[in-house]
Design a protein around this ligand. Structure first.
Ligand code: FES
Length: 184
């Protein structure tokens, strides 16, 4: 049975320990949903980028099994589909956490000590340059060169939300808040 990490993870907080409800940490790939996306685009190979964008919106990345499925459905080779997926920087073949934290290390943010913000994210999540997604599937980290909000530096972004003028304290509080939200 094919499975992937899901963004619909639920957590139960027991004192300071987060216990992952393992029954919900994985879910089957919803091929019905993939079919709906394919149908929306007429199973048209010329719409392959839009198809992939919709799949990534659902899963936050492009599961390899799904890419192979799409290739078969629209009638192109696996190599072609994987070629598109790896060519465009916006596509990811790696599973991402529910919350993708983008830490800006561009010049404006750098001079306002974004290195301290990055350290705070690493400390609060247990992530590191070698570990980009937490085992519980809650957080992923990305380091970016500019988020287009230099006047508000230092800046981080969590999914689609920009958080301006961050400090290590605010960063830790934000991560705690996201965890608390998951525990509800
Ligand atoms: S350098 Fe950080 S937002 Fe531009």
């Amino acid at each position: 049975m094919l499975t992937i990490s899901t963004r619909y993870l639920k957590y139960f907080v027991n004192h300071d320990k987060i216990i992952v409800d393992r029954r919900k940490t994985m879910e089957k790939i919803n091929y019905g949903l993939i079919d709906e996306i394919l149908e929306k685009h007429g199973n048209d190979k010329s719409k392959i980028i839009s198809i992939m964008q919709d799949v990534q919106e659902e899963y936050r990345y492009l599961p390899k099994e799904v890419l192979q499925y799409i290739a078969k459905k629209v009638g192109i080779s696996d190599a072609k589909v994987f070629g598109v997926a790896t060519f465009y920087g916006n596509f990811s073949l790696d599973a991402k956490g529910k919350y993708v934290i983008k830490v800006c290390r561009g010049t404006a943010c750098h001079v306002r000590r974004s290195d301290k913000i990055l350290d705070a994210v690493y400390e609060s999540t247990g992530l590191s340059p070698d570990k980009l997604t937490t085992d519980d599937g809650l957080f992923s980290i990305e380091i970016v060169s500019c988020l287009g909000a230099c006047g508000l530096s230092p800046v981080i972004m969590v999914n689609e939300t920009v958080h301006p003028q961050m400090t290590p304290e605010k960063t830790r509080a934000l991560i705690d808040e996201l965890r608390a939200e998951e525990a509800k």
